[in-house]
Design a protein around this ligand. Structure first.
Ligand code: GRF
Length: 204
């Protein structure tokens, strides 16, 4: 079976990266993480990659004159490693034109809300403040907007009476770790078909 070459971009903790690696180890995902890139040199995601001998590269945006040249450096690195699908996993920047044009419909993201509700930062806290009864997470293809791209998979979690942003985030995170590898596996199996704004999941 063909092995999909993944490039992961992460800015922090890297638990979603870990979930992807664990799914690969468990034989649930015919993929290989060939490079991990971070805009943050201290990201634990880089450490997780290094521990497994995966190239872990810090690309510091402050060293580039603008977003365009910064993203060119990212794209160069992804191409050098022959990445086929880019997975954003807690990558805290809006993806720009350079990356989108280099990987059209080949960038995925995971977001901790039921999009289109609560895009952007602090999604769990905002869901709680709004008083929704259910929240969850969404895996989507990335477009030029903030968490606006075509939706691939979602999972729902209840909001409970005593929730804090942290307890809700933990409950959502469990589902993130389940559906992100699942969405990537569907892509790897060629089962995702994008028509306009909608993603259709083909029978295997
Ligand atoms: C997750 O909640 C993800 O949905 C959001 O950022 C967080 C990243 O967590 N985009 P981690 O770095 O994968 O642990």
């Amino acid at each position: 079976m063909k092995i999909l070459r993944l490039g992961v971009l992460a800015s922090g903790r890297g638990s979603n990266l870990q979930a992807i690696l664990d799914a690969i180890d468990a034989g649930q995902l015919a993929a290989e993480v060939v490079v991990v890139i971070s805009d943050n040199g201290e990201a634990r995601a880089l450490e997780r990659a290094r521990l497994r001998g995966i190239p872990a590269i810090h690309i510091n945006p402050a060293r580039f004159p603008d977003k365009h040249t910064y993203e060119e450096a990212i794209v160069d690195t992804l191409k050098k490693h022959q990445v086929e699908l880019v997975c954003l996993a807690g990558y805290m920047r809006l993806v720009g034109r350079v990356m989108l044009e280099s990987f059209p419909n080949r960038i995925m993201n995971i977001h901790p809300s039921l999009l289109p509700a609560f895009p952007g930062l602090h999604a769990q806290q905002r869901a709680l403040e709004y008083g929704v009864r259910y929240s969850g997470c969404t895996v989507h293809f990335v477009d030029e907007g903030m968490d606006t791209g075509p939706i691939i998979l979602q999972a729902v979690v209840p909001v409970l009476a005593g929730d804090t942003p942290e307890t809700l985030a933990d409950r959502i995170l469990e589902q993130e770790h389940r559906i992100y590898p699942e969405a990537i596996a569907l892509y790897a199996a060629g089962r995702l078909e994008l028509r306009g704004k909608r993603v259709y999941i083909k029978e295997s």
